[in-house]
Each structure stands twice: as structure tokens, then as C-alpha cells.
Design a protein around this ligand. Structure first.
Ligand code: ATP
Ligand code: MG
Length: 264
């Protein structure tokens, strides 16, 4: 299958070369098929530990599908997915989450009546569940950990504020906080800058860059200003395939990327 990538390419591929021993995640020879339509056809997608990787590409390119595959929501028709040395291709989504993959979807989902602190308590492993949080509003002995996460995402001053009163940007930060509580190795974050102000966008970029010190972060994004602020390697998807991959400066100059995406 890997031979097929070379057939229709005139210019040399702009690609990152990441050896298996250097990678936290590898998606190899991977296809996803929906009703006969190949939504994903990836020869090799590899991510190093503690890097930020941005995935860009036009609508329908397969970006969310790639995250769905990594998180176990969607199963591969062929190929495999290796995370942290383990083949997780056939694992269920909750097993992959437990192994250290946190996923944030495009639209933030928070409970309006719960405070920032309560969201983080609920997300804590071995949480006693929503009922006990609602009945007994006392923190459950993990205050330090919860405050540290609230501080990390810049919401410490808002710990006792109900999510209904947060801005869209603050809700995005809260959702990232709920992921961090489980201390995932890999964070999959779908369009975190959508709908954010310039100031919030800059703060989000700074947060994700900082998280990369101790996590691997895969970010899907359309906002090119935000992508530049992430100062990360970029993978460009188009029609389910990897079109180009490398530093933003090189990707931006690639004629195929300009034609398929950036030049539009
Ligand atoms: N569950 C599904 N059933 C059928 N087709 C699907 C399904 N999920 C995605 N697709 C199709 O697969 C292709 C890739 O979709 P995907 O959502 O991964 O794109 P994307 O790159 O995330 O796009 P966007 O930038 O709009 O979010 C699209 O053609 C989409 O219509
Ligand atoms: Mg998407």
C-alpha cells in the first residue's frame, strides 16, 4: 500500500521522517471507509513525545476522522495505530482514553450549572460521579491537583464560577482542564481557536505550547494566525491523504498545499 503514495507525485514529498523509536504515536497504512468512500488513506503519520503537531487541511480532508481513529471512536478498515509502544488498533475508546489519550471535540460541552472546580472534580479519575459532586459540594481531597490544573489553564480565579457564566474561550480552557486532570500523554484538540478573540487565541497558543513540555499535543486548526503562533510542525491533509508535512514555513511554500488549501 505504501507504494501508492509515489505514483502521482511529480515533486518530492515534503515529509517529516520520524523513526518508530522516536514516536509516541504512529498511524500506518491506515484507511477509513464510510459507505464505500475512503475518508482516510494515510501511509504514515508519526508524532514525537512532547511535541505540538498541527493538522490542517480543507473541510472534509479527514482531520477529525484521524482524531477519531486515534481515540478509538472510528475503526480502521486497514492499517494500524500504535500508541506508546502498544498496538491499539482494535482497542475500544475508553481503553485508549485510560491508556493516556485525551480528546477534545470541536464544540465545547460543559454543564452550565456546575462550577469550574466541580467540572475538574468530576473529571478526576475515580471520581465519585456527578451525583456525589452535586449532593456534597466539598472538594474530595484532591484540591491541590484541581487547583494546579485550574491555574495551568488560567481559570484559578474563576474556580467557583458556574460554567454558564464563562465566555466561549473560558469554556474551551475548562474543557482542556478536564482533560488534563487525567494526566494524558497525548491530547487531541479539535479547533480550539474557533470563535476566540485575538487575545484568547494568543493565550490558547501559549497554553498549548506550554503543555507540550509534558504532553504530546495534536491540534486540528483552520486559523493560520493561530497555527503560526503554535510554532509547531504541521501535517496537511487533503482528501484523506497526507499532502505535505514539516515546519509551517516550508508547508506554506509548498505549491500543492497552496493549490489545495492555503491559496483558496
Ligand atoms: N460518520 C461518518 N459517516 C460518513 N461519512 C463521514 C463520517 N464522518 C466523516 N465522514 C466524511 O469523511 C470525510 C472527512 O470528514 P472529517 O470530518 O474527518 O473532515 P475534517 O477534515 O475534520 O473537516 P472539517 O474541517 O470540516 O472539520 C468527509 O467527506 C465527511 O463527510
Ligand atoms: Mg473536523
Amino acid at each position: 500500500m505504501s507504494a501508492s503514495v509515489h505514483t502521482d507525485v511529480a515533486t518530492p514529498d515534503l515529509r517529516l521522517a520520524i523513526a518508530p523509536e522516536e514516536s509516541l504515536l504512529r498511524v500506518e497504512h491506515a484507511t477509513v471507509v464510510f459507505d464505500g468512500f475512503k475518508a482516510l488513506d494515510i501511509d504514515s503519520f508519526a508524532v514525537r513525545p512532547n511535541e505540538v503537531r498541527v493538522v490542517i487541511g480543507p473541510n472534509g480532508a479527514g482531520k477529525t476522522t484521524l482524531c477519531d481513529v486515534i481515540s478509538g471512536k472510528t475503526k480502521l478498515a486497514s492499517g494500524r495505530c500504535v500508541f506508546d509502544g502498544t498496538d491499539i488498533t482494535k482497542w475500544k475508546d475508553f481503553q485508549i482514553a485510560r491508556r493516556g489519550v485525551g480528546r477534545k471535540f470541536q464544540t465545547p460541552s460543559v454543564f452550565g450549572s456546575l462550577t469550574v472546580r466541580e467540572h475538574l472534580e468530576l473529571a478526576a479519575p475515580a471520581s465519585r460521579g456527578v451525583g456525589s459532586v452535586l449532593r456534597n459540594r466539598r472538594p474530595s481531597g484532591r484540591d491541590g491537583e484541581i487547583l494546579a490544573v485550574a491555574r495551568a489553564v488560567g481559570l484559578e480565579p474563576l474556580c467557583d464560577v458556574a460554567a454558564a457564566y464563562l465566555s466561549h474561550g473560558q469554556r474551551q480552557l475548562l474543557e482542556i482542564g478536564t482533560l488534563l486532570i487525567a494526566q494524558p500523554k497525548l491530547l487531541l484538540i479539535d479547533e480550539p481557536a474557533a470563535g476566540l478573540s485575538d487575545t484568547e487565541t494568543a493565550a490558547m497558543a501559549k497554553l498549548l505550547r506550554r503543555l507540550a513540555g509534558s504532553h504530546t499535543v495534536i491540534v486540528i486548526e483552520h486559523d493560520m494566525d493561530f497555527v503560526r503562533q503554535l510554532e509547531a510542525d504541521v501535517t496537511v491533509l487533503n482528501e484523506g491523504r497526507i499532502l505535505a508535512e514539516g515546519p509551517m514555513s516550508a508547508v506554506q511554500a509548498d505549491p500543492r498545499v497552496i493549490e489545495a488549501y492555503l491559496g483558496r
